[in-house]
Design a protein around this ligand. Sequence first.
Ligand SMILES: CC(C)(COP(=O)(O)OP(=O)(O)OC[C@H]1O[C@@H](n2cnc3c(N)ncnc32)[C@H](O)[C@@H]1OP(=O)(O)O)[C@@H](O)C(=O)NCCC(=O)NCCS
Length: 202
Amino acid sequence: MKIKGARVTIEDLRLDHVFQMSRWGKHDNPLLGDYNFPDLSAREVTKWYGMKVNSVFNKYFSIRNEDGELIGYMGIKDIKFIRRNSTLGIVLDPNYINKGYGTEILDTFLLYYFTEMKMRKMILEVAEFNKRAYRVYEKIGFRPVGYYLDEFYNHELDLSNPHYLEHKSSFVIDGKKIYNYIYKMVIEKKGFFSLRSKRETI
Ligand SMILES: CC(C)(COP(=O)(O)OP(=O)(O)OC[C@H]1O[C@@H](n2cnc3c(N)ncnc32)[C@H](O)[C@@H]1OP(=O)(O)O)[C@@H](O)C(=O)NCCC(=O)NCCS
């Protein structure tokens, strides 16, 4: 499977792609630390790949840019084959964020998702502090349908870090535990295509 956009190519994730991810950059924002590709041994990379691809209810893809560089991966998880929905995950190499790739990837993939794959709805969860990701989802046509607190991935977060202070209102500290607000968002076929046609006429 290969889906082509103006600059990006989306294809099935392979083990050799995951080895390339080990060379990605790192976010300097500690709030995004969970999206850094972990430092893994060759054996652990193989295990990481196995965990992603060993279920029929998940499907993972790698993403290349116009220069053939592996700039990201994405997955649709918890695929409901009867109800025709799934939950999105997307992570880019920090060296390639904020260059319009994320928006193009989702636009390209959702076109395929709603037509070739005949899916009806896509769901995702995004941290309130992750304004960039939220903006991309909103631009594509995702709408918030839920808002709740969840445990932050790192209870050792430095609470004097400027990135945390900037987004302090998105967090709740309870003793030694750190929680953060999450939006659940959804997009349906109709909403995607109506926004897409509006974007094309601008
Ligand atoms: C989220 C992610 C996939 C988005 O892809 P991207 O290529 O960086 O996004 P794009 O360049 O296409 O678009 C970014 C948009 O956010 C806006 N933006 C950037 N920083 C922002 C900020 N701090 N606040 C608000 N908007 C911001 C940009 O201006 C742009 O919107 P515009 O086109 O209206 O100007 C990518 O940044 C990423 O992998 N981030 C780390 C992992 C992650 O957060 N994954 C998502 C988890 S839910």
